[in-house]
Design a protein around this ligand. Structure first.
Ligand code: PBG
Length: 338
């Protein structure tokens, strides 16, 4: 039977007063009724930097680079022209500067303070966010100080994190973002920032950060994988979500300005939960493993990279994220502009 033979008039037709397809019948109607859309100003662009005068491809994260300070500034200017308003910095630290107490993390002449100063001078309108945690600086590859018997020491770590936050504040950072999952760190950081006069520096807390294998490629980028053990005693168990609400309540009480769920795409229930249970802006971090899975599938020709990037981000936004941290930020902004 050919197309012209469809027996429309012989079929009585359904008596439906509601036909949902009416709102899908044209691109312009679909545009009118769409509930969620993404724009470049929802995105935070994470960038890796190192203390070298060249930019270098990252093997574990194809398409990402370890930038020199100069290269970083060029990339941030490029992203800003595309509409990106915020960047999140991660340092690759030379082995010889790593130590068990991670003292390099509050060196005022260190890599991160230099990068903050450079960006605030050259692209002052871009919001600069820094990660607060010890792992890039720790000879043990942990987010906290490790005791001789392998325990991650909470309160001593928080003291170092406070020094790190003050160091970044002195350099001019706009937002500090504790990713370490120690108890009490948001409140402690808020208190020292305020004491030192940095009442304007915001805190974006990694509130529900899971002990996830999706961080593998990131640890390759910074050579920051734990030398022994895993991060299960401080990052959250992937099986839990009610516990995330307890973290949320604590971070709100302790003065967080933005709360985060991480990873994003496989934890959309958490993003939704946070949106329903908090009036704070909710951020979600599409992490290195999520990035890499899309990259790998696109490279092998199995998925359409551009479409998957936008759909993955839209899904995270639809679940309730106000802010998305993604290695695709600049690329997504480019796609959105077209
Ligand atoms: C450091 C930190 C990690 C990530 C962000 N901050 C790694 C970890 O906790 O092991 C992961 C980001 C990503 O995978 O993209 N505390």
């Amino acid at each position: 039977m050919g197309k012209n033979d469809i027996p429309t008039k012989d079929i009585p037709g359904l008596e439906l007063n509601t036909r949902l397809r009416r709102n899908r019948k044209s691109a312009s109607i679909r545009d009118l009724v769409r509930e969620t859309s993404i724009s470049a100003n929802d995105l935070i662009y994470p960038l890796f930097i190192h203390n070298k005068d060249f930019d270098e491809d990252i093997e574990s994260m194809p398409g990402c680079k370890r930038w020199s300070i100069g290269g970083l500034s060029g990339e941030v200017k490029r992203a800003h022209k595309l509409g990106i308003g915020a960047v999140l910095l991660f340092p690759a630290i030379e082995d010889k500067l790593k130590s068990s107490f991670a003292d390099e993390c509050y060196n005022q002449n260190g890599l991160i303070p230099k990068a903050i100063q450079k960006l605030k001078k050259e692209v002052p309108e871009v919001t600069v966010i820094t990660d607060i945690a010890l792992d890039p600086y720790s000879s043990d590859g942990h987010d906290g100080v490790v005791s001789p018997n392998g325990e991650i020491l909470n309160d001593i770590t928080v003291d170092v994190l406070c020094k790190q936050a003050i160091c970044h504040a002195k350099a001019g950072v706009d937002i500090v973002s504790p990713s370490d999952m120690m108890d009490g760190r948001v409140g402690a950081i808020r208190e020292v920032l305020d004491e030192e006069g940095y009442t304007d520096v915001s805190i974006m807390s990694y509130t529900a950060k899971y002990a996830s294998s999706f961080y593998g490629p990131f640890r390759g980028a910074l050579d920051s994988a734990p030398k022994s053990g895993d991060k299960m005693t401080y990052q959250m168990d992937p099986g839990n979500s009610r516990e995330a609400l307890r973290e949320l309540i604590q971070d709100e009480d302790e003065g967080a300005d933005i709360v985060m769920v991480k990873p994003a795409g496989y934890y959309l229930d958490l993003v939704y939960l946070f949106k329903e249970n908090s009036d704070l802006p909710v951020a979600a971090y599409q992490v290195s493993g999520e990035y890499l899975m899309i990259k790998a599938a696109a490279e092998s020709g199995w998925l359409d990279e551009d479409k998957i990037i936008l759909e993955s981000l839209l899904s995270i936004k639809r679940a309730g994220a106000d802010i998305i941290i993604t290695y695709f930020a600049a690329k997504a902004a480019e796609l959105l502009n077209n």
